[in-house]
Design a protein around this ligand. Structure first.
Ligand code: IPE
Ligand code: IPE
Ligand code: MG
Length: 246
């Protein structure tokens, strides 16, 4: 297997944690048992990314489309989010993790929304891993939200329409202060984006694995990191140009 060195470690990893339902179904368990097992795995991966020195880890927890699921599954997921936050907040704090949410979490019930805000405030000044949870997040939502903010700036005369360029637009998206993801991982064999960080993954390396999220081990993360280390990121240049610089 290709070894990787510290310089080849992605600064930002984004994961679509998929396959919880199928994992549970194979065990004849209710879907929520899969989500619960998924939270355990997320905890391991968060810890390991922190130890490795990854700067940012973004986890897709609930998409704007997941509201289409049966109400009892949504309710169980919301309960699980709340309980996980209650349980993990102090651990995150001890481990110097900065927890942030992206997405329209204002739409969640007040108890969950308040807890999110409380944990964000608690961990705000931590200098270790930046853990971003995408909750009620959609790439389309992100782009529309940025557009609304820019439109307001134009409307109030603070900027002119022609001032809108790539940089200004990106400044109004989620995680504007953070580097874009270097590595995107999706588990469970699906090879699609499902409305996750559409803008931000323009040049991200994509890694897909058949492993279901509750079965995803540190060894699977290592595999993804090895894969990443073999990639030559050209950003539109030719290989020859990059070899000259290297
Ligand atoms: C991902 O697992 C978790 C969420 C979307 C909340 P799924 O629940 O989508 O699992 P599958 O795809 O049905 O197996
Ligand atoms: C994407 O998974 C969302 C999360 C992992 C939270 P889905 O399981 O909802 O995606 P689709 O519907 O299969 O594309
Ligand atoms: Mg799924």
């Amino acid at each position: 297997m290709h070894e990787y060195n510290e310089q080849q470690l992605p600064r930002h990893i984004a994961i679509v944690m998929d396959g919880n339902g199928r994992w549970a179904k194979r065990r004849r368990l209710p879907r929520i048992a899969g989500h619960r097992a998924g939270v355990e795995i997320a905890r391991e991966i968060i810890k390991n990314c922190g130890e490795k020195g990854v700067e940012v880890l973004t986890l897709f927890a609930f998409s704007t489309e997941n509201w289409r699921r049966p109400p009892q599954e949504i309710r169980a997921l919301m309960d699980l989010f709340l309980r996980s936050l209650q349980k993990e907040a102090n651990k995150l704090q001890e481990n110097n993790v900065q927890l942030r949410f992206i997405g329209n979490y204002q739409a969640f019930e007040p108890k969950l929304r308040d807890k999110i805000e409380e944990v964000q405030a608690l961990t705000k000044h931590n200098t270790g891993l930046k853990l971003i949870i995408a909750a009620n997040y959609g790439g389309h939502w992100d782009i529309v939200h940025a557009t609304q903010q820019l439109a307001q700036l134009v409307e109030s005369g603070k900027i002119a329409a022609k001032d809108i360029n790539h940089e200004l637009f990106a400044q109004h998206l989620s995680m504007a202060d953070l580097p874009d993801p270097d590595l995107f991982i999706r588990t469970s064999g699906e090879q699609r984006i499902s409305n996750f960080l559409n803008w931000q993954i323009a040049y991200t390396e994509l890694y897909f694995t058949d492993v279901l999220w509750p079965d995803f081990k540190i060894a699977n993360l290592e595999e993804a990191l090895h894969y990443y280390a073999t990639r030559q990121r050209r950003f539109g240049c030719t290989s020859e140009q990059l070899e000259v610089v290297a």
